[in-house]
Design a binder for this molecule. Structure first.
Ligand SMILES: Cc1cc2nc3c(=O)[nH]c(=O)nc-3n(C[C@H](O)[C@H](O)[C@H](O)COP(=O)(O)OP(=O)(O)OC[C@H]3O[C@@H](n4cnc5c(N)ncnc54)[C@H](O)[C@@H]3O)c2cc1C
Length: 115
């Protein structure tokens, strides 16, 4: 699921680079959408991505992310156009070790512990 956004929307250089690494090194990935304010309603997420030169600066908090803190790649959903509703949300590939990427505690679950 973590690589699905790259599969669907990534360019060829992202696919070559990330799919090769994931396959060769058996890396974990994470689909990083849910926030305290938005789960089913994906367009209500509050994380923003603002263009800064050729990069984007992402700001926000996510929760319930499977493989959070142990993934190599995070497909992070963020608002790029606040007026755009569901069309104003974009996905970004965030690599582990990216400056500012921090993790809080691992949540306990009542089941699905292997996940
Ligand atoms: C073990 C586990 C692993 C997870 N892993 C991930 C992950 O890897 N990445 C990630 O992004 N998220 C993950 N999640 C989060 C999960 O996808 C969200 O919990 C889910 O999107 C629901 O969002 P929510 O909890 O905010 O509930 P809400 O969206 O608040 O929904 C609450 C209830 O209302 C119902 N509901 C919501 N909207 C409507 C509607 N329009 N019409 C009718 N009913 C509605 C829902 O069906 C649900 O029963 C994980 C959750 C769990 C428990």
């Amino acid at each position: 699921m973590g690589i699905l956004p790259i599969w669907l929307g990534g360019n060829s250089s992202q696919k070559d680079r990330y799919f090769t690494e994931i396959a060769e090194k058996n890396c974990l990935t994470a689909f990083t959408l849910t926030e305290l304010e938005g789960g089913s309603d994906a367009s209500s997420i509050k994380t923003t991505a603002k263009k800064q030169g050729k990069d984007y600066l992402l700001n926000g908090h996510k929760c319930f992310i499977t493989n959070g803190s142990i993934a190599r790649l995070y497909s992070v959903f963020a608002v790029t156009d606040p007026e755009g509703g569901e069309k104003g949300v974009s996905a970004f590939v965030v690599e582990d070790g990216t400056a500012g990427l921090r993790f809080s505690r691992k949540k306990e679950k009542i089941g699905m512990r292997a996940q």
